[in-house]
Ligand binder design. Structure first.
Ligand code: GLN
Length: 486
């Protein structure tokens, strides 16, 4: 029976549609796996009873005319779920139970899926290793002393270890693509505005985007199709007709032009990553695509720009956690000001405090022009680099990360080396364009490495198609020894 959890989302949906499987069977198997996988610390809150109820109800009266009929799904604990605790990985929201549902999760439930649980993540999605979570770090299912990446590390680990058929994460600077790359899974950050931000705990609002994390590219297309949609409640939501990403998935990429940016060859990058990139180029050529060298000249400024813009927006977004309206409140303090101060010092972890300090600094009068305003200008230049390149190419191929997954604790006390993880992912968020990470090979320690495809605004279908044709040739297989079940 437990073989069911090895199946892809696409296979499970098809088995439900042909009535060969019941939702209850699938749900029970996943719950069983989740219980066995407790050591991974991927879940903050489970919704197993809710999921079983939903599955039984579905089986009594199945509606098969939807994208995700009877499918249990665990989601990153940054999406507000009505009546189910939503912590954002923070002590500040340890007991927060929203009375509303995020638009994206609502869209998934409208397509027949239901909640299996809430997945661990870095505190307020700030981090690259899942070590900043108040609920403890998540462990990479592929090796017991290694991080799963972050901030959607619980999501990546849960897909990798078959604790959920698929999931959703959020990506502000790489938090879907980097953990996907570290766990041999597929992760897509859509064009900014394609998925609604309504009901997602805000980190940096001009960069935050939700997206799918899955076992393969078909599943990714299916999940994306179910998530997207115009939402009047998000002022940056794009009003466009929904696309049938899964139906239109095609391996025909003949004649597409793929750019290789010279600036993504960074000092000290392991040779295996370079080799992987070459392998990617070779596969694309064999598939009939044309490889073109390009330049994204402002790439080197992306990381410093991101680490000004994101903390600036975070310092503003996190001002709401004052102990008055909702969330944690310190019991110490003789007056209102002291209560605010104690609430914020006790409720936030160190990384979040660091970001608030940086953000407040770069926005303060006297420093605003030198940092924040300048960063906004550089952001525009980075976006312009992409606009220029996309006049000549249909997509861009790069490595997803400059290294494979690192050891737990290895970078925890060195924020700069932690931030360097995002060097290939943040330019995409600053430009608002879509990108997908697919597993492409293993390093010498048998840890997965990902390749990233970056696309034109709203060209998710093109990215999925390229990824789909490469996936076949790469033929990546996860080797799960399930050490956590012992
Ligand atoms: N690692 C990056 C950061 O810490 C990205 C986080 C994200 O995408 N949510 O800011």
């Amino acid at each position: 029976m437990s073989e069911l959890t090895n199946k892809s989302l696409t296979e499970l949906v098809s088995l439900i549609k042909t009535k060969e499987l019941k939702s209850e069977d699938i749900t029970k198997d996943f719950i069983d796996n989740c219980n066995k996988g407790e050591k991974l610390n991927a879940f903050v809150t489970n919704a197993f009873d809710h999921a079983l109820d939903k599955a039984k109800n579905f089986d009594k009266n199945p509606n098969l005319d939807c994208l995700l009929p009877g499918i249990p799904l665990a989601v990153k604990d940054l999406f507000c779920t009505e009546g189910v605790r939503t912590t954002a990985g923070s002590k500040m929201l340890e007991n927060f139970i929203p009375n509303y549902e995020s638009t994206v999760t609502n869209n998934l439930w409208s397509e027949g899926a239901f909640l299996l649980g809430k997945l661990n993540c870095d505190e307020f999605a700030m981090g690259s290793s899942n070590e900043t979570s108040y609920f403890g770090n998540v462990i990479n299912p592929l090796k017991d002393n290694v991080v799963p990446g972050g901030s959607s590390g619980g999501s990546a680990a849960a897909v990798c270890a078959n604790l959920t058929p698929a999931t959703i994460g959020t990506d502000t600077g790489g938090s879907i693509r980097q953990p996907a790359s570290f766990t041999g899974t597929v992760g897509l950050k859509p064009t900014y505005g394609l998925c609604s931000r309504w009901g997602i705990v805000a980190f940096a609002s001009s960069l935050d985007q939700a997206g799918p994390m899955t076992k393969n590219v078909s599943d990714c297309a299916l999940m994306l199709e179910a998530m997207v949609g115009f939402d009047p409640k998000d002022s940056t939501s794009i009003n466009k007709k929904k696309e049938n990403y899964s139906k239109n998935l095609s391996k025909d990429i003949k004649g597409l032009k793929i750019g290789i940016p010279k600036e993504y060859r960074v000092d000290g990058m392991p040779s295996q990553i370079e080799e992987l990139w070459d392998k990617g180029k070779k596969i694309l050529k064999e598939e009939g695509a044309e490889i073109i060298d390009i330049s994204l000249p402002h790439t080197e400024y992306a990381l410093p720009t991101y680490y000004i813009v994101a903390p600036a927006e975070a310092s503003s977004n996190l001002a709401r956690y004052d102990g008055v309206k909702y969330g944690f409140r310190s019991s110490k303090g003789a007056n209102l000001i002291e209560m605010y101060e104690n609430t914020r010092s006790e409720g936030f972890g160190d990384e979040v405090k660091r970001r608030i300090l940086i953000g407040t600094y770069v926005l303060s009068s006297g420093y605003y022009d030198a940092y924040y305003l300048k960063a906004q200008k550089v952001r525009q230049l980075i976006k312009r680099d992409f606009d220029q390149s996309f006049k000549n190419v249909d997509a861009i191929l790069t490595p997803s990360t400059p290294s494979s997954a690192f050891q737990i604790g290895e970078k925890k006390d060195d924020p700069i080396s932690m931030y360097l993880n995002d060097v290939f992912t943040v330019p995409v968020n600053l430009a608002g364009v879509p990108a997908i990470s697919i597993p492409a090979g293993l390093d010498k320690n048998k840890l997965p490495l990902g390749l990233q495809l970056i696309g034109k605004p709203l060209a998710e279908q093109t990215l999925l198609n390229i990824a789909y044709s490469m996936e076949d040739k790469i033929n990546f297989k996860l080797d799960l020894n399930k050490w956590w079940e012992n």
